[in-house]
Design a protein around this ligand. Structure first.
Ligand code: AHR
Length: 518
C-alpha cells in the first residue's frame, strides 16, 4: 500500500463557500422534463404533475440554483409558449434535439416545482433566434412585481408574485456551430453587452453570465473569452465555462486525470478575464459560472441515431449509465470546482434526471440513483464555511493525455459546525493517508464514507438500483492526525461535525451519522 500525507491549514482559505457552486441544470431535452421530473399519469405525481419520488431524490442531491430551460434548447425557445392556460399552449419543433416540445411545463410550473426543493431559479434567455426585446419581456414577466402589461399577465396566469430571479445567462454556447443562431465572438460580444445593459437598466441587481467557451478544445477557446469580454465586461458579472469528460479508447488513467483539463480551463479563463480587466483598468473582477459540467459519453451518442429525423416527444436521448470510475472522475471535478472557488463562484451539474443525470426514472416505474449521485449529495450536504486548500504530498500517476498527476487530490471545508475533507485516489493501488488536522481542533469523526468497488465499471440499473453505493471508509483519529485508507480508484470523504446541527437527510446516510470516537 502507498502512503501520502496532507496538512490542513485553516488559514489557507480559497474562498468562503458560495452554495451556488452546487447548482444543477434542467433542459427541455429527451426525458428530462417529460417522463422525468414531470409525469402527470404516474402514481407518485403531485397535483402539478411532478413526480414526488423524483422531487425527493433531487432534494437529497442538494442542488442550490437550477439553470433552466437550456442548453441548446433555449436558442430556439419562445418563453411565451410555456405560460398561460395549458390547453392553449402550442406544440413546437425543437431544432436543437430534433424533438417536439409540448410546452406543458414552462416557467411558472418549473419555478413552482423549485419551491419544493428550496432551490433557486437561474434563467437563460434566447439569444440564438431572439434578442434584446424578448429578453426584456421575459425579465418583466418573471420579476416585475405588478402594474405592467407582462407582470399583470403573469398574475392573470395565476402567479401574482414575481419569481425574483437574479442570475441570468445571456444565451447558451454561442461559440458552437451546432447552436441555433451561433455567432462570432465579435457579434456575440456586442449582443451580450447590449442585452446586459438593457436588462440591468430594468433591474440593477441582476447577475449576468456571458457565454464563454463550450469546451477547452474549441478552436476559439481563449480568444472567444477575450473578445466577448472586451465588448461586454462592464455589463456582465460571470463568464460561463462548459466541460464534459468521458473515457476514450480504454485509457482509464487519462480519464481519471480529467480534472487536469478542468484546472487548465479555469486558469486560462481567469488569466484572460484578468487581462481584459487590466487593459480596461476596471475595478470589477469577472467570476466563472461553470454552468455545465459532467461525464458525458458524447462520442458514443454522436455515433448513435438517437437524435434523428423523426419528430418525437420526449425521446430517449443522452441516457448515460454511470460506473464507479465515472463517479470517481465526477467527484474529482466537483473537488476541482471547490479548489478554484475563488473564481468559480457558481456551477451547474448538467443535468439532473435521465439526461446525463445522477437520477434515472422509468415511465410508470421507479426512480433510482446513479453512481454520480453520491459524491454530489455528500459534498453538498457536508461542505460549509470556508473552502481550504490542503497541502498534499503523494506520489504521482502517469497518464498519456495529462502526463503526471498526484495520485491523491484533496480539498477541505471548515465552518462553525465542523469540517469536511474530500479525497480522491486516482491510482490503481490503495493509499493510506495521514491528514494533519490538528489546526482544525476536531475531536470526532462524524462520518467517513467512500465510493469504490472491485469492479470499477459497476453501475446501478433499474434491475440493480443499489449495486453501487457508499461504504464506510476505514478512518481513525488520534493526536490531531486523521488516518484514512483510500481504496484504489476511489472517492472518499471524512467529516468532523457536531451531528446535532446537521439538517436531516433522507436515505442511507442518516444511519451512518453520529460521532465515532477515535
Ligand atoms: O447538456 C447537454 C448539452 O450540452 C447542452 O444543451 C448544451 O449547452 C451542451 O452542448
Amino acid at each position: 500500500m502507498a502512503h501520502a500525507s496532507i496538512r490542513i491549514d485553516p488559514d489557507a482559505v480559497v474562498a468562503p463557500l458560495d452554495r451556488r457552486i452546487f447548482g444543477g441544470f434542467v433542459e427541455h431535452l429527451g426525458r428530462h422534463v417529460y417522463d422525468g421530473i414531470y409525469e402527470p399519469g404516474h402514481a407518485a405525481a403531485d397535483e402539478l404533475g411532478f413526480r414526488k419520488d423524483v422531487t425527493a431524490l433531487v432534494k437529497e442531491l442538494g442542488v442550490s440554483t437550477i439553470r433552466y430551460p437550456g442548453g441548446n434548447f433555449v436558442s430556439g425557445y419562445r418563453w411565451e409558449d410555456g405560460v398561460g392556460p395549458r390547453e392553449q399552449r402550442p406544440v413546437r419543433r425543437d431544432l436543437a434535439w430534433h424533438a417536439l416540445e409540448t410546452n406543458q411545463v414552462g416557467l411558472n410550473e418549473f419555478a413552482t416545482w423549485l419551491q419544493q426543493l428550496d432551490s433557486e431559479l437561474m434563467l437563460a434567455v434566447n439569444l440564438g433566434t431572439r434578442g434584446i426585446q424578448e429578453a426584456l419581456d421575459l425579465l418583466e414577466y418573471t420579476n416585475h412585481p405588478s402594474g405592467t402589461a407582462l407582470s399583470d399577465l403573469r398574475a392573470e396566469h395565476g402567479y401574482p408574485d414575481p419569481w425574483n430571479v437574479t442570475m441570468w445567462c445571456l444565451g447558451n454556447e454561442m461559440d458552437g456551430p451546432w447552436q441555433t443562431g451561433f455567432m462570432t465572438a465579435d457579434d456575440y460580444g456586442k449582443l451580450a453587452a447590449r442585452t446586459g445593459q438593457a436588462m440591468k437598466a430594468a433591474q440593477r441587481d441582476l447577475q449576468l453570465v456571458a457565454c464563454g467557451s463550450s469546451g477547452s478544445s474549441m478552436p476559439t477557446f481563449g480568444e472567444w473569452e477575450r473578445t466577448v469580454l472586451e465588448h461586454a465586461y462592464d455589463h456582465v458579472d460571470f463568464v460561463s465555462a462548459h466541460a464534459y469528460y468521458q473515457e476514450r479508447g480504454g485509457d482509464l488513467d487519462s480519464y481519471l486525470a480529467s480534472a487536469a483539463d478542468m484546472r487548465y480551463f479555469i486558469d486560462t479563463v481567469v488569466a484572460t478575464a484578468d487581462h481584459v480587466k487590466h487593459r480596461r483598468k476596471s475595478d470589477k473582477t469577472i467570476m466563472i459560472s461553470f454552468d455545465e459540467w459532467n461525464i458525458w459519453y458524447l462520442d458514443e451518442h454522436q455515433a448513435s441515431d438517437e437524435v434523428n429525423d423523426e419528430w418525437r416527444i420526449a425521446p430517449r436521448q443522452l441516457e448515460d449509465v454511470y460506473s464507479v470510475a465515472d463517479a470517481v472522475v465526477f467527484g474529482s471535478l466537483l473537488m476541482t470546482l471547490l479548489e478554484r472557488h475563488d473564481r468559480v463562484r457558481s456551477a451547474s451539474l448538467a443535468q439532473l434526471v435521465n439526461v446525463i443525470a445522477p437520477i434515472m426514472t422509468e415511465p410508470g416505474g421507479p426512480a433510482w440513483k446513479q453512481t454520480t449521485f453520491f459524491p454530489f449529495s455528500v459534498t453538498s450536504r457536508l461542505a460549509q464555511g470556508q473552502v481550504l486548500r490542503p497541502e498534499v504530498h503523494a506520489q504521482s500517476v502517469e497518464s498519456t493525455v495529462y502526463g503526471a498527476n498526484s495520485a491523491v487530490d484533496c480539498v477541505a471545508t471548515d465552518g462553525e459546525d465542523g469540517s469536511a475533507i474530500f479525497l480522491l485516489n486516482r491510482s490503481r493501488e490503495a493509499v493510506e493517508v495521514t491528514v494533519d488536522v490538528s489546526a482544525l481542533e476536531r475531536g470526532t469523526i462524524a462520518e467517513a464514507v467512500t465510493l469504490w468497488d472491485e469492479d470499477v465499471y459497476a453501475k446501478n440499473t433499474m434491475e440493480q438500483p443499489d449495486r453501487v453505493g457508499l461504504r464506510d471508509a476505514q478512518a481513525s483519529l488520534a493526536d490531531g492526525a486523521l488516518t484514512i485508507r483510500l481504496e484504489p480508484i476511489s472517492w472518499t470523504q471524512s467529516a468532523s461535525h457536531d451531528p446535532s446541527v446537521r439538517h436531516e437527510v433522507p436515505g442511507e446516510h442518516a444511519a451512518r451519522r453520529g460521532p465515532r470516537r477515535a
